[in-house]
Write a protein of this length. Structure first.
Length: 246
């Protein structure tokens, strides 16, 4: 609730309340873990090492995070909040869907910039379907749901949003999140300076995605849209929304 209250304070023009000691300790442990993961690698970093570096007891570290995996889940949550806030700020006054979509995806790349060096370490674990670090896992559901909401806002406040088929508009935020996951995969393996190739990929790919969305409004392609919706609803969206294949 603390984060939600802070957002409400910001909307009313009041400064956000300072985090309490408990939240400060949690943040300290999380930031220490992220630093050690970068320096030593995920597999070689222990909870005891994280606690020692953070200056807290091992029991206290486990009180806030019951495992290394839950630290990454906490990182996902924080990253998604930062992504949502950055996207919301950059989207103000912009109604063009294509521009809004590129802004939202590019904002993720900007938020993730400090963590690119060790992203590949997480990918090998997250690629395991049984891993809690998987973007489709139950543990990742809060961050995933918030990320989908980002794209719901991208679509809902755009000029094209009101013109879409109702069924498609309800499904589209999930599909746009999957597009982001494709960008994330490209970003993980991008070794260009400051991941410039990823940024170029987003810049060139987003117009194709936006054009496909706009074309879906026309009756001539409506049968294809219906088939695509049925396919996604049966095989993809249940897993995206619940974290468990049905």
């Amino acid at each position: 609730m603390t984060h939600e209250n802070d957002l409400q304070d910001e909307k009313r023009g009041r400064p956000a309340a300072k985090p309490g000691k408990s939240e400060q300790t949690r943040t300290l442990i999380l930031e220490t873990a992220m630093r050690l993961f970068q320096e030593r690698g995920y597999e070689k970093t222990t909870m005891r090492a994280i606690a020692t570096e953070a200056g807290v007891s091992v029991g206290n570290a486990y009180y806030y995070f019951d495992s290394k995996a839950s630290l990454i889940t906490g990182f996902y949550d924080r990253m998604t909040r930062e992504h949502a806030a950055m996207t919301q700020e950059r989207l103000r006054g912009i109604e063009d869907f294509e521009e809004r979509l590129e802004i939202a995806v590019a904002a993720w790349v900007d938020c993730a910039r400090p963590y690119h060096e060790f992203a590949a370490q997480f990918f090998s674990t997250a690629a395991d379907p049984d891993s809690p670090l998987s973007p489709f896992s139950d543990e990742s559901h809060p961050a995933r749901a918030q990320a989908v909401q980002i794209f719901r806002d991208v679509l809902g406040d755009s000029k094209v949003g009101a013109k879409l088929d109702t069924e498609l508009s309800g499904l589209l935020p999930d599909l746009l999140w999957l597009y982001l996951m494709g960008v994330v995969l490209y970003w993980v393996f991008d070794r260009s300076e400051d991941t410039e190739r990823t940024r170029a990929f987003v810049h060139k790919c987003t117009p194709l995605v936006a054009r496909t969305v706009r074309l879906s409004r026309f009756k001539i392609v409506r049968p294809l849209v219906r088939d695509a919706v049925d396919l996604m609803q049966e095989f993809v969206v249940p897993k995206v929304r619940s974290g468990v294949a049905e």
